[in-house]
Design a protein around this ligand. Structure first.
Ligand code: GLN
Length: 396
């Protein structure tokens, strides 16, 4: 038998659908509403801070766990925004984005065969993260036909067992925009305490909240600090997705030490000058966050208008910067329809099935990312205005 040159683990998942759509978008000169990144610059003071850091000598390795000033700034912000006091020396690890943070965390806590509870639909990374760490995922459905995008408490209870090692909670949620309520998080916390399970939270959209919604960190619920790894990054909050600066926070020393061990040998550390610049980001005035949420709520409303006017039935997000929309009236499945949109109209989106472990429940949906400037959204409106006509021709 021919020898395989690749490991079994890389056969367990496929390439990122989100980035594949970005490639297709570039091929067809489309507007990229597939990959979630802003098409505008971060605040000017962050650019200045990054340039200054390069000139002022931050060009060699930072401390592996993260530049001390950055960890200090993360701890201060975590205290005022998330309500928890942590020790930057012992509890914080700076990583190459939340992506590395999630991978390093799962590699640090999962043994092959351990079960991890994941809410579905889920951000596409969690599938490969589970596969690479050897976890067996157990899914809990978020109901897309329910305006609150709720889940059944009984289904959550049934997903937890003696085999459960961790639960991943992403709030505000990609791709649905759900913001988990305190009551919902209490249900999760209750299961974690009952079954001695670690919660891993992805809170990268914590400031993108609409209609008066509040962000609640699972780590701040009673008895949860020691059993929660809180993951965050500068990417979304400060519009710097390419900087790749993220972090984990966990007050349980065994878990933090495990994460640090994996992180050390995986990447050594995130870019030193950008860690320095991230300090400036975390020190921005609190008004910055309120303005950010206001700006994004306006973009959300604009995007919802565009979609409704062109025949979509979007789900209204309460947070993050994505809109999931039903596409059943267009008569095509998600993959065919996203291909059609990018090739015929020049608008790239993500097929809903990439957020589900079995494609079928996602076939009726596609995801739009809207962190875009007004002129970009104007262009999207112009391009999507041709949709009803184009669909009619397609059906003929
Ligand atoms: N988090 C962003 C998204 O969901 C970017 C992800 C990616 O590049 N895979 O679109």
């Amino acid at each position: 038998m021919a020898k395989s040159h690749t490991a079994t683990r890389v056969g367990l998942f496929t390439e990122s659908v989100i980035r594949e759509m970005t490639r297709l978008n570039n091929l067809y000169h489309g507007v990229n509403l597939a990959q979630g990144f802003p098409d505008f610059d971060p605040p000017g003071e962050l650019l200045d801070a990054a340039a200054r850091a390069l000139r002022e000598g931050f060009n060699q390795y930072a401390i592996t766990w993260g530049a001390p000033r950055l960890r200090q700034a993360i701890a201060e912000k975590f205290a005022w925004y998330n309500g928890l006091t942590v020790d930057p020396e012992l509890h914080i690890t700076v990583t190459c984005g939340a992506t590395e943070a999630m991978m390093a965390t799962l590699l640090a806590i999962i043994d092959p065969g351990d079960e991890v509870v994941i809410f579905e639909p889920f951000y596409e990374n969690y599938g490969p993260d589970a596969a690479l760490s050897g976890a067996t995922p157990r899914y809990v459905t978020l109901h897309l036909d329910d305006p609150g995008l709720g889940f059944e408490a009984a289904e959550l209870r049934n997903a937890f067992s003696a085999k459960t090692k961790a639960v991943i909670v992403n709030t505000p949620h990609n791709p649905t925009g759900k913001v988990f309520s305190r009551e919902e998080l209490e249900l999760v916390a209750d299961q974690c305490r009952r079954h001695d399970v670690i919660a891993v939270t992805d809170e990268v959209y914590e400031h993108l909240l609409y209609d008066g919604r509040q962000h609640v960190s699972l780590a701040a619920l009673p008895g949860m600090a020691e059993r929660t790894v809180t993951i965050n990054s500068v990417s979304k909050t400060y519009s710097v997705t390419g900087w790749r600066v993220g972090w984990t926070i966990c007050t349980n020393p065994d878990i933090t030490n495990g994460i640090r061990r994996v992180h050390d040998f995986l990447t050594v550390g995130a870019a030193a000058p950008l860690q320095e610049a991230a300090v400036t980001a975390l020190h921005l005035k609190r008004q910055y966050y309120a303005d950010l949420a206001t700006m994004y709520q306006r973009k959300r409303d604009r995007m919802l208008d565009i979609l409704r006017q062109t025949g979509f039935r979007p789900i209204v997000p309460s947070g993050a910067y994505y809109i999931i929309s039903d596409i059943s009236e267009f008569g095509q499945d998600d993959v065919a329809f996203t291909q059609f949109l990018v090739k015929e109209l020049g608008v790239a989106t993500v097929p809903g099935s990439s957020f589900f472990h079995h494609p079928q429940p996602g076939r009726r949906y596609i995801r739009f990312a809207y962190p875009k400037q007004e002129p970009t959204l104007d262009e999207v409106a112009r391009r999507l205005a041709r949709l009803p006509r184009a669909v009619e021709q397609l059906k003929r």
